[in-house]
Design a protein around this ligand. Structure first.
Ligand code: PLP
Length: 473
């Protein structure tokens, strides 16, 4: 017998309460940005501190919003490392600019799943349009435009872009070679995401070669050719090369033109990882970061690193979208719709690993429209200028040396005293809280990295970190 439902969902936050809490949240974020400079950049908590302060079990009844926000201030904030601090110089930056954050908020409010054009046409079409705008803004090759055989998509990360490129490259060899014959190549200084992508794609350790680099930490093209030739002799099939435009350790640039010649000879897919450096191309004078891209199969770079757009927003371009779609498209009945069947639309679910996808283009659109091409270019220019200044100061200091060319806004340097001194200096800066820097290894030596790129970094912050380094020398 039918019974009327006895339970109904009572939202704990009415629309009016949401409006009030939302306004307060924007104030909270704006206050945070205004004061972030005064906080210790690297979180100073110990492992387990937060877990110990949180209740062991979830609440059985709902709690007041004000209590939750006060716990944010008391419990969560001490465990935050302040990526938006102007004194954040670690890894690479992760920009969060105001228009971008508003785009993120709106995307969450719309709650769109953009897996198919039909599930929200604006989500797909704005994304295609932004990817084409970025071709214009960065002076990228026409082969990446949506009007030709290629096109672009926003991925969550450069790691996902690399994986999609590997899968597309493997698809291109389907029917010709066995998968266990395939070999992929990259340089010893490539980002670890390439190795991870190969693993996920099912390649074994002995199907990936790390090619040696030259004195500037760029891939040695002659060594690449030799490795590929040796593999052919042994009956293997070179199918994929990942080159880097701006390595993580030192922003070294692999010789893409030469590598493209080699890939052509061996019919291998060439993917270029420009995760950090790619954004520099918004300034015409830094378009050297695009050298050779008119000859590559795929390319990725991250506005979520250095182009004012908060994580996640990684742009992935292909010159020919067919192998990628062939590798990733599976169409079950429940996703069928007239637009897909007519073949008249882009369905981005076929351009990525997951099915569901967020409306990421909104934040990029907001960032581009509020800054304009000039504003974006001036943003990266200011950081490159600061890096040149810091590089010159380090080069002039008797106890420090610059270790790799400062191509853009990353300065790689070391104290001449050796590894122990560099680790001591890094730890003193980070534990003091005034700034945050990280290290890497080049030529088997510990070196320090000053990655300039946070939204609020000014020359005075560079001067301050230099003074710290000088005092610790
Ligand atoms: N490639 C390079 C050169 C990087 O520097 C990084 C991260 O710093 C990545 C790839 C990974 O980026 P993502 O976190 O978007 O996967």
């Amino acid at each position: 017998m039918w019974q009327s439902p006895s339970m109904s969902y009572e939202p704990p936050m009415s629309n009016d309460e949401f409006r009030r809490a939302g306004h307060e949240m924007i104030d909270w974020i704006a206050d945070y940005w205004e004061t972030v400079e005064t906080r210790p950049v690297l979180s100073q908590v110990a492992p387990g501190d937060l877990r110990a302060a949180l209740p062991a079990s979830p609440p059985s009844t709902g709690e007041a919003w004000s209590e939750i926000m006060s716990d944010v201030d008391e419990l969560i904030m001490p465990g935050i490392t302040h990526w938006q601090s102007p004194n954040f110089f670690a890894y690479f930056p992760a920009n969060a600019s105001p228009p971008s954050v508003l785009g993120e908020l709106m995307s969450a409010g719309l709650g769109v799943q953009g897996m198919l054009w039909a599930t929200s046409p604006a989500c797909t079409e704005l994304e295609t349009h932004m990817m084409d705008w970025m071709v214009d803004l960065c002076g990228l090759p026409d082969r990446f435009r949506s009007s030709g055989s290629g096109g672009g998509v926003i991925q969550d990360s450069a790691s996902s872009g690399a994986l999609v490129a590997i899968l597309a490259a493997r698809e291109r060899t389907a029917g010709q070679y066995r998968w266990d014959e395939l070999v992929a190549y990259t340089s010893e200084h490539a980002h670890s995401s390439m190795l991870k992508g190969c693993r996920i794609a099912g390649l074994m350790e002995d199907q990936v070669r790390l090619i040696q680099s030259d004195e500037n930490f760029a891939m040695d093209a002659a060594a690449l050719r030799e490795a590929m030739q040796n593999d052919i002799v042994e009956g293997r099939r070179p199918f994929f090369v990942q080159a880097t435009a701006g390595t993580t350790s030192s922003t070294a640039f692999d010789p893409i033109e030469e590598i493209a010649d080699i890939c052509k000879d061996f019919v291998a897919w060439l993917h270029v990882d420009g995760a950090f450096a790619g954004s520099a191309a918004v300034a015409p004078e830094f378009r050297f970061v695009n050298d050779g891209l008119d000859r590559v199969d795929s390319y990725t770079f991250n506005p979520h690193k250095w182009l004012l757009t908060n994580f996640d927003c990684s742009l992935f371009y292909v010159a020919d979208r067919q192998p990628m779609i062939a590798a990733l498209s599976v169409l079950p009945e429940y996703l069928r719709n007239a637009a897909t069947d007519a073949g008249s639309v882009v369905d981005y679910r076929d351009w990525q690993v997951p099915l569901g996808r967020r409306f990421r283009a909104l934040k990029l659109w907001f960032v581009i429209r509020t800054h304009g091409a000039e504003g974006l270019a001036n943003f990266v220019r200011s950081h490159v200028e600061m890096a040149k200044d810091f590089d010159a100061k380090i080069a002039a200091h008797p106890q420090y040396e610059v270790v790799a060319p400062t191509a853009l806004s990353l300065v790689t340097f070391r104290h001449i005293g050796g590894d122990a001194d560099n680790e001591r200096i890094r730890d003193a800066i980070n534990h003091g809280g005034e700034a945050y820097i990280t290290h890497t290894k080049l030529n088997d030596q510990v070196v320090l990295r000053l990655a300039i790129g946070a939204v609020r970094t000014e020359q005075r912050h560079i001067d301050a970190v230099y003074s710290l380094l000088a005092a610790l020398a």
